[in-house]
Design a protein around this ligand. Structure first.
Ligand code: GLA
Length: 733
């Protein structure tokens, strides 16, 4: 107890929204405040650390009685399972999701984590728990961010002489206030159809989302939000939300078990998991970030957006809006060469593109997806003089240069695989399952890690490369690591990702101007782990503008428009749909605009239209990238029963309020129905805004309109016919 006296940190004269940690040593309680959220934990009469509160920010003098473990409710409900513990070890009859499960050499598999001590350092609290007898220390970290986010992660330490095997390790458990009537939202998908938002009541029992694939996955993203069914909407009501910062296999489990207690546990996926701690060794989990707002799902997203920009991205707190990319992947496929790329570069520069990227096909014997991955030398037939002439030309045209790589993969038909077949992940004497004709390199191995770092370092050193599109086009099938010591092979799930992060981080340190995009056949690797090392992501290989409206809408629940790369591509798209060029541009403008169409086939009119839309985008880009996003409507699914023309509207308001941008899309026009008024949000009701639509005919109302009218009655837009669209710029007078 003697250390407790030193823990008292009382926040004096700190503005209301600042992050503070208040210790109440006599009760062994800690109140963590950030943004509009408070989070309170305390040590109970059984010396276990439990959750006392997670919700709206408390008054400075709010105080809780000493924490009490729940009494045994019935012989089937022991205290350990019904008390909302912060980090439960498996033991003493815990039948809910354990945060930690270990196997000790003496055969003991029970873990009872009791409070040992705590320490506050600035905005960080560390609480150490210790098993009653086993030499296992568990350090729980709580880090507050001014955006209103609490990050929690855990370091597990073996202080004994014998190794301890961890079978399950979560980052944290978050307990919701005991209540009924919760609903939760999550994002699911598939290749070319990521980011589909689902909302459903939380059911009694266990619900989980996960990836067992070795990476984040298209199928589920480690994000959740919880609301109250009767109260929570896009614009109001309580929302508890969170996101795991990990790019490997993960699991998020949401349990509604006994006494109306809902808890959310996330961390390493326990499936096929094992990690051995030798004497003195530690395992650190990824951070699990969480927040609370009373402002509905929209505000929860805006908090996450600010947090991503100001605290996570490599160039935080003020990442520059993304340059406009040209990439010919959809137009030319693997057929890239010096003259072809130079010709496209001329056209791209002429319409206002700022960054020219050569995608797949520039290296090795890479004429299709059967060969070449792993051989990162420039293909001499396609680029007989190396990349330099193209890069010089791109620079002369006023753009910077980027290159596609897929560093973690190998084709069987490659010099790398012929030289090092053992570098691919595999189980001895078992089939190596190919996907897209490729295998995954075992980045957990030091030699593979060294190889990957060195070839990338050399590539960026030898060529003037500003940007890498870092791709990752399959998941794991045989996650074997036969050169690891016996019993350690399953650590591949952790060590691979740690090495990936390490390569990215060293590369960036050595090449500080280098920017990187995280791509995995579209949005298969988007999470707050990879985003600490990458500047932007490719949300989906689906570039059809209408499909993109719902993909992008879902994406923005968890991640910011700043990082959401979107290209204008050719029509008909792969799904055979044709949309007008303007509709495609305005959809791509929701995030980081890029162009992927075959500009050689563009008419003079199309080039001119592209040039003027890109010029317009540049004037609104800071607002889109850094502003506050308001999703004004659900994205419009084709709904023949709709009783109005089907609208889809998003709005961005600059942080300083000087500009607002509305993007509006009409999917299909019903006879005789006009476009519903677009009711804006987030404006100053007392200010007047000057309104400028893309085309004068699209808005025929007053030029200068009060914010109160725009947020009351809305903006009457004249959109006509299928796939019409507009962008309206509002300038505060
Ligand atoms: C993935 C990416 C695409 C493209 C191809 C190249 O599918 O998502 O954008 O780079 O690989 O092979």
């Amino acid at each position: 107890m003697h250390r407790i006296a030193a823990l008292l940190i009382v926040a004096m004269s700190i503005p209301a929204a600042a992050q503070t940690i208040r210790s109440t040593p006599e009760k062994l309680q800690w109140t963590l405040n950030a943004g509009e959220m408070s989070y309170v934990i305390g040590v109970n009469d059984q010396k276990m650390l439990q959750s006392l509160y997670w919700g709206p920010r408390l008054a400075p003098n709010a105080s809780f009685p000493p924490a009490q473990a729940h009494p045994e409710r019935a012989s089937f409900d022991p205290p350990v399972a019904t008390t909302p513990l912060e980090y439960a070890g498996w033991g003493a009859g815990l039948f809910t999701e354990p945060a930690l499960k270990v196997d000790s050499p003496d055969g003991n598999r029970t873990l009872i984590l009791l409070y040992q001590d705590a320490r506050v350092t600035g905005p960080q609290l560390e609480v150490t728990l210790k098993d009653a007898t086993e030499p296992v220390l568990v350090h729980l970290f709580y880090q507050l961010y001014p955006q209103g986010i609490l990050a929690r992660w855990t370091r597990i330490e073996n202080t004994g002489a014998q190794p301890v095997r961890i079978e399950q390790a979560a980052s944290a458990t978050f307990n919701l206030p005991p209540a009924t009537g919760y609903e939760w939202s999550w994002l699911s998908g598939q290749w070319a159809g990521e980011w589909q938002l689902h909302t459903a009541p939380i059911q009694a029992g266990t619900q989980s989302i996960e990836s067992r694939r070795g990476s984040t996955s298209h199928q589920a993203n480690p994000w959740f939000s919880v609301g109250r069914s009767a109260e929570t909407t896009e614009t109001s009501g309580p929302v508890w939300f969170g996101e795991l910062g990990w790019s490997g296999s993960w699991r998020l489990t949401l349990e509604d078990t006994a006494l109306n207690l809902v808890r959310i546990t996330a961390g390493f996926n326990p499936f096929d998991f094992s990690y051995t701690l030798a004497r003195g060794e530690t395992l650190q989990t990824p951070p699990f970030y969480a927040g609370y707002t009373a402002g509905g799902r929209g505000e929860a997203s805006r908090i996450l957006h600010r947090f991503l920009l100001e605290a996570i991205l490599p160039s935080h707190p003020d990442p520059r809006p993304r340059p406009i990319i040209y990439n010919s992947w959809e137009a030319t496929g693997f057929n890239v060469n010096e003259s072809g790329q130079m010709a496209l570069a001329e056209k791209a520069a002429a319409i206002g593109v700022e960054r020219f990227v050569i995608d797949d096909g520039w290296f090795g014997a890479r004429n299709d997806d059967h060969a070449g991955l792993g051989d990162w030398n420039v293909n001499p037939q396609k680029f007989p003089h190396g990349l330099k002439p193209v890069i010089d030309r791109v620079h002369a045209l006023g753009m910077d240069f980027g290159l596609w790589v897929e560093p973690e993969m190998v084709n069987l038909d490659s010099d790398l695989y012929r030289a090092h077949p053992d570098w691919a992940m595999h189980f001895p004497n078992r089939q190596r399952t190919e996907q897209r004709n490729q295998l995954v390199l075992n980045l957990a191995r030091q030699d593979v890690k060294d190889y990957v770092f060195h070839f990338l370092d050399e590539l960026v050193t030898d060529n003037d490369i500003a940007f890498l599109k870092w791709d990752y086009n399959r998941n794991w099938s045989e996650p074997g690591w036969d050169t690891a010591p016996d019993g350690d092979q399953k650590e591949i799930y952790v060590r691979y990702i740690q090495n990936l992060y390490d390569i990215l981080s060293r590369l960036r340190q050595k090449h500080p101007k280098l920017e990187i995009e995280s791509c995995s056949g579209g949005g298969g690797r988007v999470d707050l782990g990879i985003l600490r090392y990458t500047d932007e992501v490719w949300p989906s290989d689906n570039t059809d503008a209408l499909d993109r409206l719902s993909i992008q809408d879902g994406f923005t629940h968890a991640y910011a428009p700043q990082i959401m790369v979107a290209w204008v591509t050719d029509v008909p798209n792969y799904n055979s749909r044709s949309t007008p060029l303007q509709f495609r541009f305005l959809t791509a403008m929701q995030g980081a605009l890029g162009v992927g169409a075959n500009l050689n086939k563009f008419s003079e009119n199309e080039l001119a239209e592209s040039r003027s839309l890109i010029a317009l985008y540049k004037t609104i880009r800071p607002t889109i990238a850094h502003g506050r996003l308001y999703r004004l409507t659900e994205p419009a699914p084709p709904n023949p029963a709709a009783d109005a023309a089907q609208p889809s509207n998003v709005e961005y308001v600059a942080q300083d309020g000087s500009q607002a941008v509305v993007l509006a899309y009409l999917h299909s026009q019903r006879f005789g129905l006009s476009y519903p008024a677009v009711v804006l949000r987030g404006l100053d009701p007392n200010a007047t805004y000057t309104i400028k639509p893309l085309h004068p005919s699209q808005y025929t109302g007053e030029l200068n309109v009060s914010g109160s009218i725009l947020m009351g009655q809305g903006l009457a837009l004249n959109l006509q016919g299928d796939y019409d669209s507009t962008v309206v710029v509002l300038t505060r007078r």
